[in-house]
Design a binder for this molecule. Structure first.
Ligand code: SAM
Ligand code: DTB
Ligand code: SF4
Length: 355
């Protein structure tokens, strides 16, 4: 792979350039994305994260896509903040199934002073299991970000979701600037940033190009970029939104890969409605992370056995986490467990089971 492909990290993208990439002939775009991907990553490895909703429903924000907003009646049963032991138990199970990162999400506008000690303790105990930790709790002050970093939180997820222009049509209870401020607080506290968006909310191609520009023109590229396909949930204002053309989704993955070559691009929500061929094309376009586990936060995700079967069919292995040497032994045990699961999936591979 040429050195120039490997070294180009840019923060000066224009929407016109991004639209040009989005509109390339499909094969040219995928070829370019795969070349960039191979210059930076092992193309046969995918990082696996598991999600848990630690506080479900009754959110004061009005995000039109979200089943957890208290503004809409989606029939979701709201829950209080989960107990620490319950969260740690779920994290242990996720580790045993082969996840390397555990992401905890709360339906909050922001965490309050009463909640903070609990979430900090969750971070410490989940980290002690040898997992990478990620949280998504809404807006953070600089002090809250510092406290989470101090507890050992590796990643903070806070999505820009769409372009600045389209944002006001999706959310009215906070601004794009609020979002950017939290991202800055997370960076200043020294945590890794997980930030991406949702496609299929009725946005234009220009909105999608502008979202990618916003992400790539941040002072540092987010280490993790979740690209979510809208999960259309009954009761939300977007329940009847027209489905996004699947090739447009794959194109966005490919362009994200080209623009942010060292970041993990996550094929995020929406996999439940994607067939295996579509997911394989997303991996070819440069997606190298997934949410793994039968539930996202409140909506279904593919069964773990199905994912392992897909990995086996594609010759993909779960990526090892980056770590220091004294964690190697724990990691080896974990990888062995994943390999056993993968072999089992291979043995029980059912050629008729195609979706
Ligand atoms: N309340 C926090 C926040 O909004 O930052 C954290 C939880 S929120 C559920 C995390 C992300 O999930 C949102 O930013 C959005 O990108 C994604 N999300 C929520 N509902 C979704 C849906 N129906 N389809 C796809 N992605 C969704
Ligand atoms: C992200 O970008 N997607 C995840 C995670 N970050 C927190 C959440 C997807 C939620 C999908 C709808 C639900 O299950 O409630
Ligand atoms: Fe609340 Fe987050 Fe859902 Fe918006 S996306 S309603 S902030 S849980």
């Amino acid at each position: 792979m040429s050195a120039s492909l490997k070294s180009e990290i840019r923060h000066d993208w224009t929407a016109e350039e991004v639209r040009h990439l989005l509109e390339l002939p499909f094969n040219d775009l995928l070829f370019q994305a795969q070349a960039v991907h191979r210059a930076h990553f092992n193309p046969n490895e995918v990082q696996v994260s598991t999600l848990l909703s630690i506080k479900t429903g009754a959110c004061p924000e009005d995000c039109k896509y979200c089943p957890q907003s208290g503004h809409y009646n989606t029939g979701l049963e709201k829950e209080k903040l989960l107990e620490i032991e319950k969260v740690v138990g779920e994290a242990r199970q996720a580790r045993e199934s082969g996840a390397t990162r555990f992401c905890m999400g709360a339906a909050w506008r922001n965490p309050n002073a009463k909640n903070m000690p609990y979430v900090l303790e969750m971070v410490k105990q989940v980290k002690d299991l040898g997992l990478e930790t990620c949280m998504t709790l809404g807006m953070l002050t600089a002090d809250q970000a510092e406290a989470l970093a101090g507890a050992g939180l590796d990643y903070y997820n806070h999505n820009l979701d769409t372009s600045e222009n389209f944002y006001g049509q999706i959310i009215t209870t906070r601004t794009y600037a609020d979002r950017l401020e939290t991202l800055q607080n997370v960076r200043d506290a020294g945590m890794k940033v997980c930030c991406g968006g949702i496609l299929g909310m009725g946005e234009s191609e220009l909105d999608r190009a502008e979202l990618l520009c916003q992400l790539a023109n941040l002072p540092e590229h987010p280490e993790s970029i979740p690209i979510n396909m809208l999960v259309r949930v009954e009761g939300t204002p977007l329940e009847n939104e027209e489905e996004l053309e699947p090739f447009e989704f794959i194109r966005m993955i490919a362009v994200a890969r080209i623009m942010m070559p060292r970041s993990h691009v996550r094929l995020s929500a929406g996999r439940e409605n994607m067939n295996e061929q579509m997911q394989a094309l997303c991996f070819f376009a440069g997606a190298n992370s997934i949410f793994y586990g039968e539930k996202l936060l409140t909506t279904p995700n593919p069964e773990t056995n199905r994912d392992m079967r897909l990995f086996a069919k594609l010759g993909i292995r779960p990526e090892q986490r980056q770590q220091c040497q004294d964690e190697d032994l724990q990691e080896q045990a974990l990888l062995q467990a994943v390999e056993v699961k993968r072999r089992e999936a291979e043995m029980f591979y059912d050629a008729a089971d195609e979706r």
